[in-house]
Design a protein around this ligand. Structure first.
Ligand code: 9UX
Length: 68
């Protein structure tokens, strides 16, 4: 089990949070996603190490930018 917190640029409302959560939840290996709107972060739990390219693609797909 791995938990990683990612910084995401551009989320400003609850729908942003929902979109990011949905897309990150589709990344292979992800078992849980907690999005913190105020912090601009998403904490992702997975049962295998994630490919950062997959994470970036998911955030892009939702319409935001993975900063770190
Ligand atoms: Mo809310 Mo987020 O209307 O890009 S969905 S600001």
């Amino acid at each position: 089990m791995t938990t990683t917190t990612y910084v995401i640029k551009g989320m400003t409302c609850g729908h942003c949070v929902s979109s990011v959560g949905t897309e990150l939840g589709r990344v292979p290996g992800v078992t849980d996603v907690q999005v913190d709107l105020a912090a601009g972060e998403a904490t992702v739990t997975s049962d295998q190490p994630l490919d950062v390219q997959d994470v970036r693609a998911a955030v892009d797909e939702a319409g935001y930018e993975l900063v770190g």
